[in-house]
Design a binder for this molecule. Sequence first.
Ligand code: CUA
Length: 358
Amino acid sequence: MSVKRQSDRDAAWAANPVGMPVLALGLARVRRGSIFQLVLFAAIAAVITTLVAVLIPWLPTPASREAGRIDFAYWFATVIAIGVFSVVAAVLAYSVIHFRAKPDDDSDGPPIHGHTTLEIVWTAIPAVLVTAISIVSAIVLAQNSHAGTDPLVVKVKAVQFAWQFTYPNGKSFGFLELPKDRHVKLEITSDDVIHSFWVPQFSQKQDAVPGQVNSIVITPDRLGTYPVICTELCGLGHALMRSHATVVTPNQFATFMTKGATAGPPGLAVFQQNGCASCHTFTPAGASGKIGPDLDKLKEWAAAAHRGTLTQFIHESIVDPGAYIAPGYSNVMPPNFGSEIPAKQLDQLVQYLAQGAN
Ligand code: CUA
């Protein structure tokens, strides 16, 4: 593209592609045509980036009030970012077109003296914008940590590689069930290594750290079932350390609290509460984990292991998982189920597995 020269000074600026756009913007002598071009470039950049921001589903649809606020903070910052990007892109495009160095011109440009007003403006505007983002974020954080006067407190325990959710009535489940429109305070901890609790539709993440209780507040506002994901690399089964969170009506939740969700043999409840499903396949329990041996084939495993009767083998495998490792698997099962599961429940679990095994 040819370079049009208005004056000797323009010719000198033309050799200085860095200093020129600064002055071109800052000085009042910028021509009308230049302003029109800059505005046009900025508008094009703004339209393109707005389409990218709006048309691509970057975030899941929020399912909690906290997530809604986080989304607001995200869009607030995005709008500002689009504005800043558009201005920068317009000046860049204008400069590339108008101040291109000639191929044979290797000379330095003329020294440029600063422009105080311009520098004050481009320092003050970003300072105001960043301060605005800080204020919005601080308000969102403060509101999101507010649990109200009567939150439902659910204790969340992470273990390799399962989640356990314990309700105020003492019942535990391997999944999360929450009432709509009530503050829920999750008190999150871990039994072994660091995990991290994440439901994308709730927007918040919280680390599960051994010996420490971290809490987050969730106020579900949309019915549905959402994935619970471990979002901290925690070992071999990390990628499969998943559960689900279901948001139900207050009435459904009251029923869930009195009756529980698990109708079926008592061993099934023990199986679910201890997260066996995250690592093992067991068709009677609807489990399809792939970390540990397939429990549908327990009889085959027991026959190959030669370690007593089927129930003796199952019992030993739960309380002392390292005693015998099935061929092709690693010793990654938590060793503390023997002390974690009360003897009666352990017995129910062993019977349940023995009966369901082929
Ligand atoms: Cu638990 Cu990753």
